[in-house]
Design a protein around this ligand. Structure first.
Ligand SMILES: N=C(N)NCCCC(=O)O
Ligand SMILES: [Zn+2]
Ligand SMILES: [Zn+2]
Length: 319
């Protein structure tokens, strides 16, 4: 489709005409997908938390992030880009998944995400627990080949089974590695911290294709050092960014299911994401927001700004 043929971009509701506490309940008050003829970026919710091992509640994450996104504005000065002005971004609503059957749920997410991507849109997926990363990676590896995963989390999420169950929020990246979805030379964890089940967890993780920038490394090397290591590892292939909001310190994201002390600040995370500019980002998710444990939308606002920076990266990469 040539530039001339592309339909005019429909942006968010104008906050100078409609107060922020009014208007649609979509992400950043953007148009719904059925209100635009095509989309470059689709924000989609996956209300699902049947894979969690501790606190539940991430099924209410998508709605909470949308409700916390009403203050997002048209121009992002940190990246000098209009994320909703240079590309069509729309809210595709939620993928309705079976809360009682994990295998059915995973198949549904895979099938529905494939449909959403079929016209070339990139997905920014609002979880839901971290189980959802596996079906999303299955879809993207079919489209792009082996994926370099950039995984922000307190947890490795490369464990094997929980109570014998292979598909949980603690196992998505082991399953993805085993299924051949990942570029094993270019996957990276950011923000890892807290107690492990065994030292062998780290050896397994390395075998599965990951390197680690620990939360404590930010203390020594700062954001710049973390971004340098991140970019050196990711290379120039297709990159999928999976952000477990518990990568943030519980002070910055109390509303999550498995909190660990000693995490990143929201400023460190946002500035790290800005370091993705120019890399081939093909999709992203933001998971593990559990609003029942949030206070004053602290976690919801952080997640909404994370989504805004990711959408801004997709916009900046179009320049
Ligand atoms: N929150 C995510 N994604 N994983 C947490 C795993 C916690 C545990 O194995 O104790
Ligand atoms: Zn986690
Ligand atoms: Zn996780």
């Amino acid at each position: 489709m040539s530039q001339e043929e592309r339909p005019a971009i429909v942006g968010p509701v104008d906050a100078t005409r409609v107060p922020r506490y009014c208007g649609p309940e979509t992400f950043a008050r953007l148009p719904r997908a059925d209100e635009v003829s095509r989309a470059d970026v689709l924000v989609v919710g996956v209300p699902f938390d049947s894979g969690v091992s501790y606190r539940p509640g991430a099924r209410f994450g998508p709605g909470h992030i949308r409700a916390s996104s009403k203050l997002l504005r048209p121009y992002n000065p940190a990246q000098d880009v209009h994320p909703f002005g240079v590309q069509q971004v729309a809210d595709a609503g939620d993928i309705a998944v079976n809360p009682f059957d994990l295998s059915v749920a995973i198949s549904t997410i895979e099938a529905e995400s494939e449909k959403l991507c079929e016209d070339g849109a990139s997905l920014v997926t609002l979880g839901g627990d971290h189980t959802i990363a596996l079906p999303l990676l299955r879809t993207l590896s079919r489209l792009h080949g082996p994926i370099s995963v950039l995984h922000f989390d307190a947890h490795l999420d490369t464990w094997d089974t929980y109570f014998g169950a292979p598909y949980t929020h603690g196992t998505p990246f082991r399953r993805a590695s085993e299924e051949g979805l990942l570029d094993l030379e270019h996957c990276q964890h950011m923000g890892i911290r807290g107690p492990l089940y065994a030292a062998a967890d780290l050896e397994d993780d390395k075998t599965l294709g990951f390197q680690i920038v620990r939360a404590d490394d930010y203390e020594v090397d700062g954001v710049r050092g973390a971004v340098d290591r991140m970019r050196a590892r990711l290379g120039d292939g297709p990159v999928y960014v999976s952000i477990d909001i518990d990568v943030l310190d519980p002070a910055h994201a109390p509303g999550t299911g498995t909190p660990e002390a000693g995490g990143l600040t929201s400023r460190e995370l946002l500035n790290t994401l800005r370091g993705l500019k120019g890399l081939n980002v093909v999709g992203a998710d933001i998971v593990e927001v559990a609003p029942v444990y949030d206070h004053a939308e602290i976690t919801g606002v952080a997640a909404a700004h994370v989504a805004y920076e990711l959408i801004s990266i997709l916009a900046a990469n179009r320049k």
